[in-house]
Design a protein around this ligand. Structure first.
Ligand code: XMP
Length: 326
């Protein structure tokens, strides 16, 4: 553990200049550690793994292989962005695995939240393991560990992390941002030229939309959730809330209510909006969203998303409500 203690003397990375100095230093360290070896990285598209990927691409180019597992529970456009940024713009060695069917088949009929999480976590490891086994000569595993992960490794977050890897993997770890806080990782991401939306992405749970498609996941309800969530994100972006609200999303419960559409009875699911602010996710307050904006979002979701016939706003702080619904 002592090697992981952040020295008091370490300067916080707050400017582009400091970030560039950090990048130069890390490039040297990565090259010294890895030599001409090959490195593997599970690239989720989240801030931490994206920054590590971009750093490693700069340092060792094609010696890095990134594996992006699409578990079918990503938000709209996220896997596409990983392919666009890393596969195309940065020309990385990117293995893209669309494992949607595997995950959704396993999850069919499973309604218990912790069981869903376990299935998603275990299957993620399995898919990643299979891909790793196809690659030859990998000696190193890169990870987007950040300093709070080390501090909290005995705490709540440990069981949250999807993408934890099997213990029998015989790789040496490469963890270039392990002494940084999240805001520092973001400054480094900016300096590396990653897209703003990727660098300032709101926290997104490892099991993804799986814990927001409440109860047993079905493909049609998951699709409705993804579309409604994309509308919420678009409207928050347009109305200046994206950078202001800590976490916001839609949850869709496994229940229907009666409604009317085009003069006919229309049974549909409700879309529940959650928008909260917090410092540490232990407690959270609800954002005061202008009523007109809520009405506009309701109008859009109920008209544009098949299967949704009501929109609700969750007014519950944490405690007593958790941020996620399951
Ligand atoms: P709760 O719902 O416990 O959420 O108030 C607190 C924060 O943790 C995130 N969260 C998760 N993150 N895997 C994760 O990686 C999970 O299973 C998980 N469950 C909740 C949640 O999005 C919020 O930011």
């Amino acid at each position: 553990m002592s090697g992981n203690v952040r020295p008091e003397s370490m300067q916080r990375i707050t400017t582009l200049e400091l970030a560039n100095a950090f990048i130069d230093e890390q490039i040297k360290e990565i090259r010294a550690q890895v030599g001409d070896g090959k490195v593997l990285l599970a690239l989720s598209g989240g801030v931490d793994s994206s920054v590590v990927a971009a750093l490693l691409i700069k340092a060792i180019g094609k010696q890095l292989t990134c594996v992006h597992v699409n578990h079918g529970l990503m938000r709209k456009g996220e896997s596409e962005q990983v392919i666009e940024v890393f596969g195309k713009q940065l020309d990385a060695n990117l293995v893209y695995v669309d494992a949607t069917d595997r995950f959704l088949d396993l999850l069919a009929g499973v309604s218990e939240p912790e069981k869903k999480r376990k299935i998603i976590g275990a299957e993620f490891i399995k898919v990643f393991d299979e891909e790793a086994a196809k690659l030859n000569g990998i000696g190193f595993l890169a990870q987007g560990t950040i300093y709070p992960d080390i501090l909290e490794s005995d705490g709540v977050k440990a069981h949250h992390n999807v993408g934890g890897l099997p213990e029998d993997m015989q790789f040496e770890l490469v963890e270039p941002v392990k002494l940084l806080y999240k805001d520092e990782v973001r400054v480094v991401g900016d300096a590396l030229g990653l897209p703003h939306g990727m660098v300032y992405r709101q926290p997104f749970p490892g099991p993804g939309l799986g814990v927001r498609c409440l109860g047993a996941i079905t493909r049609d309800r998951l699709h409705a959730l993804r579309e409604a969530d994309a509308i919420l994100r678009e409207e928050f972006d347009k109305n200046g809330l994206a950078g202001k609200v800590w976490q916001y999303f839609i949850a869709v419960p496994d229940m229907k209510s009666v409604g009317v559409k085009d003069g006919k009875r229309y049974e549909g699911w409700p879309a529940i909006i959650r928008a909260v602010n917090t410092m540490d996710a232990m407690t959270a307050t609800v954002e005061n969203i202008p009523f007109e904006l809520l009405q506009h979002i309701t109008e859009r979701i109920t008209h544009e998303v098949d299967g949704i016939n009501r929109v609700l706003y969750d007014l519950t702080p944490k405690p007593i409500g958790t941020i996620e619904w399951e």
